[in-house]
Structure formats: structure tokens, C-alpha cells
Design a protein around this ligand. Structure first.
Ligand SMILES: Nc1nc2c(ncn2[C@@H]2O[C@H](COP(=O)(O)OP(=O)(O)OP(=O)(O)O)[C@@H](O)[C@H]2O)c(=O)[nH]1
Length: 299
């Protein structure tokens, strides 16, 4: 094996993901589910304390609220590639407090910048949308415009178990309508039929685009068994049946996980470097001009 291929084999790719959105939409639960489904290289790694604070009742919701931004890094392996994955969980935006909202969005899109540390930039930001609204609110639009100028943004509808199939389809349609109408450049999944890709690859990517915004269902704490297979699952139990959070028929988690960690990981990183990072270099100057870089200190 040549020295360069040996180096490639042992190379570790850095990936930094962030979750953002209003309070109580399921951001921490998503990170917990991702953590639980990762092929971690060191199994004994404990999740941060904030991840174990669950809120299954209204009473403990306040205690479990993410109070300040935190991040943690895991060494994982995905399809034979080693990845150093940093997950960043942000406190939820508070509705009805305009002033705090503005301060918070600025804080979260701001950075302790280290222009040389490209690998500490956020490569993809998952923006959680409230599924009780009929599309994007004015505040979502304002926040998304700011975020999309600075980072790859992927819209998410969490707690999809609370919607029927028709309600979810209508909500997705309404969100996509608003994204188009307000010209919000969320990440879109390129389909380039000219590039000689296998037609299955083109089809798979086109399919991903139709799933945006991705729907997520996070599991409850209790151990559940799939009644049809008797296997343990990450799920939610209802009077009328059991949801398997990893079943693509129930939600888009598995597709999203694959997009983030595998199929589009490199693209997120390339765009971050080429577009957002270059923008930063082109605009070196005042604090305001560069206030959006997600580089530097992730702690
Ligand atoms: N029904 C349902 N409830 C969920 C789901 N995901 C999370 N929850 C519940 O929603 C509540 C809030 O979840 P969190 O993950 O703490 O939400 P968050 O967005 O991190 O909240 P903040 O810390 O306030 O920003 C908890 O009671 C969760 O159990 C889901 O997929 N379905």
C-alpha cells in the first residue's frame, strides 16, 4: 500500500453539525437519537449530561430545557470511514420575546473566529420547524434568512408522530411554498443528470429532494419491541400501535442520517469551504461583516 493511500485509509474526516430552532421542538431528542444510532469507535463514551435530561412530562420540561449552547465530539465510523463528529445543541429560541430572539440568533450565528481553523466551522445546521404552524412563521423566515447566508441549512419537521400522513404532506408542501416564496436558500440536493452518474444515484438524490423538510420522530425512553418481529426498537408506543423511528415509512430519520454522515457529507464540507468560508475571506473587515462565521470555538 502506498504511503498516500495508507494516509487516506487512516485519515479522519471532521464533521460539525448544529441543531437550531424554537424551544421544545425536539432538538435535544434528535441529538440523543443520533448518538444512540452511531457506530461509535469507543463504545464506552458517555453522552453529555444534558442529553440524559429527558422531559416526558410537562413538569420536568423546564428542567430539561437546553439552557446554553454545548457541543461534544465523537469518533465514529460510517461506511468504513472514520469521522470525528461534533454535535452542537443550541438553546431553543423563546417565542414572544423579540429582543431576546434577536440577541440569541446573533449569538448563535456568531463566533469566536479562527480563520485558520476551517474544520471548526459548522458544516450543516438543522433548523427545526414547529409542526403546529401552517408553514413558516415571520420569525422562522427572519431566522432562516440569516442562517442560510452563513451555513448549509436543512429544514426539519420534528415530532412527526403528532401529524397524520396527510397533515405532514400538507405541512411539507406549505414549508416548501414559503421557502420558495421568500427565496430562502436552504440546502438543496443537486440532481445533475449530465454528470454521468448512474441513473439510480440520480433517482435517489431526486427522491431526497422531495422529502425536504425531513420529518423526524424521536423515541421515548421506554424499551419497546416491534410486535411483528419481536425485535427491540427505538420507538414510541401509542394505543393504536408502535412507531419505529428507524423505519423510513414512519419518518425520514434514516435518510437524513445517511445524507449527513455519508452521501452528502463531502458536499456540505466543500460548500462550507468554497462558499461560506471564502465569503468570510472576501469580507474580512468589520465585526458586522463577518459576524456570521460559525468557525472557532464550539465549546
Ligand atoms: N411526540 C413526540 N414528542 C417528542 C419528540 N421528540 C421530542 N419530544 C418531546 O418534546 C419535548 C421537548 O423535547 P426536546 O428534545 O427537549 O426539545 P428541544 O428542542 O431540545 O427543547 P429546548 O431545550 O427547549 O430548546 C420533550 O418532552 C420530548 O420528549 C417526538 O418525536 N415526538
Amino acid at each position: 500500500m502506498s504511503r498516500s493511500s495508507r494516509r487516506r485509509k487512516h485519515a479522519v474526516s471532521q464533521l460539525n453539525l448544529m441543531v437550531v430552532g424554537f424551544s421544545s421542538l425536539g432538538k435535544t431528542s434528535f441529538i440523543r437519537m443520533l448518538f444512540d444510532t452511531l457506530g461509535r469507535l469507543k463504545e464506552d463514551i458517555e453522552p453529555p449530561a444534558s442529553l440524559s435530561k429527558r422531559a416526558e412530562t410537562a413538569q420536568d420540561a423546564e428542567a430539561a430545557r437546553t439552557k446554553e449552547l454545548y457541543s461534544f465530539t465523537l469518533d465514529i465510523e460510517e461506511e468504513g470511514e472514520k469521522i470525528s463528529l461534533t454535535l452542537v445543541d443550541c438553546p431553543g429560541f423563546v417565542r414572544d420575546n423579540e429582543l431576546r430572539l434577536d440577541v440569541q440568533v446573533t449569538e448563535e450565528t456568531k463566533v469566536k473566529r479562527n480563520p485558520k481553523a476551517q474544520d471548526s466551522q459548522i458544516h450543516a445546521c438543522l433548523y427545526f420547524i414547529d409542526n403546529t404552524n401552517n408553514g413558516l412563521t415571520d420569525k422562522d423566515i427572519r431566522i432562516l434568512k440569516r442562517l442560510t447566508a452563513r451555513v448549509n441549512v436543512i429544514p426539519i419537521v420534528a415530532k412527526a408522530d403528532l401529524l397524520t400522513t396527510t397533515q405532514l404532506a400538507n405541512l411539507k408542501k406549505a414549508i416548501n411554498r414559503d421557502i420558495k416564496q421568500y427565496q430562502i436558500p436552504v440546502f438543496d440536493f443537486p440532481v445533475d443528470e449530465e454528470d454521468g452518474s448512474e441513473s439510480e444515484v440520480v433517482e435517489a438524490f431526486a427522491d431526497i429532494q422531495t422529502q425536504i423538510p425531513f420529518s423526524i420522530i424521536a423515541p421515548e425512553d421506554a424499551e419497546l419491541t416491534d410486535p411483528s418481529t419481536s425485535e427491540k426498537i427505538l420507538g414510541r408506543q401509542y394505543a393504536w400501535g408502535v412507531i419505529d423511528c428507524l423505519n423510513p415509512k414512519h419518518c425520514d430519520f434514516v435518510v437524513l442520517r445517511n445524507v449527513l454522515l455519508s452521501s452528502h457529507r463531502k458536499l456540505f464540507k466543500d460548500i462550507t469551504l468554497e462558499l461560506f468560508y471564502e465569503q468570510y475571506h472576501d469580507h474580512q473587515g468589520t465585526e458586522e461583516e463577518i459576524d456570521g462565521r460559525f468557525t472557532g470555538n464550539l465549546n
